[in-house]
Design a protein around this ligand. Sequence first.
Ligand code: C2E
Ligand code: CA
Ligand code: CA
Length: 401
Amino acid sequence: MSSAPRTESSLKILIVDDDELVPKVVRTILARMGISEVLVAQNGTDALGIVGDAGRRPDVILCDLNMPSMDGVELLRHIAGHRFAGGIIVISGVDESILQSTEELAREHGLNIIGSLRKPISPPALADLLATFDGTRIRGSGVGPERISAEELRQGIASGALTVFYQPKVTVADRSFIGAECLARWQHPERGVIGPASFISLAEELSLIDELTEAIYLQSMRQCGAWLAEGLDVKLAVNISVSSLHRLDLPESLALQAAEHGVDASHVMLEITESQLMKEIKQPLEILTRLRLKGIGLSIDDLGTGHSSLEQLRRIPFTELKIDRSFVHGAAGDASARSILESSVDLARKLNMTTVAEGVETEEDWNLIASLGVDFAQGYLIAKPMAADELTGWLDGWTAG
Ligand code: C2E
Ligand code: CA
Ligand code: CA
């Protein structure tokens, strides 16, 4: 067996397998590597209970595919719904092609797949996968998941360590700049810039999401006001989790903050994401309807990937449909992604909504959305999310190009 790197001992592992023997064997292998924090779930429901509990959430999940009540593929989808930012290793006795498409599927869901292991599990192979994962974590690239405590997040929000990055959106018809999506970043004093995958779901669980939304919204409005005052015509889109839609005074408070910064409501779009099922519809529905009455735009984000559904499209007065990057990037060469993209555009048109394609990374992606008549594009082909002071520089280059 390979000698395990010292750092691995800090990992917390969850094993999900209905077989009683596998967790015992894996536990023994992990113990030899110095990893003692090991949780076991015998079915998907128990596993989701652990993933949804901030105090018990693991760094890495070892997930079996063949399980009787909820299979591993379905479980991975639900884990993605919890915006789990840790690593995932798929373990199974099934053939290679199923393992591969499961891995691909999980990546599409935004999960961080470290790799897969075939049963019986080889200790060196497991050690290698965990070492790879830990390596990316410790380098703190800002992309890998970070282990954040409740107290740290509370302080981070209170101390104003949350900043906003702006990712430009342009019209597909003539490439002109229309605005940007506001994306949360955490400027951590020791760890550098941390991405939202590491803290949004935690903020939701700790009921800190309102503070987070408020901080991001306020900064975004202040910035929008400053840009407008400089003569830059810009519309900003801010992400709001459904779990923030419980304060009935939210429409007044958001409209007021925009006005205080000289931003007309028509320059504000809210991207509604559901990381949790909308259990109670009445309150969110009232809040969203009143936001529309105030002239604020509503975009349905992650349709078809999170919990957002066609049912919500019917009930909520959305003005824009944001097409998830899993149906955009590479769709030209992927028949099923392409048909979902086409149907989304069609649906939006019939419902009188504008469309934004996110994840436009290549000319091929751009040409496809242009041929389908998508209104706006956002993605690495246009620009990566950037700090506010970089935007005008980017825009000069974009307009010149
Ligand atoms: P999202 O709303 O789907 O945001 C788009 C994400 O896609 C961003 O990741 C962006 O950096 C990334 N992206 C943009 N263009 C491309 C591309 O061409 N290719 C690829 N592969 N990725 C691209 P980011 O900033 O890490 O945000 C992740 C998610 O966190 C967001 O997904 C959003 O759901 C959530 N989030 C971010 N800021 C906030 C916030 O202030 N409040 C709430 N509630 N959620 C937020
Ligand atoms: Ca969004
Ligand atoms: Ca999305």
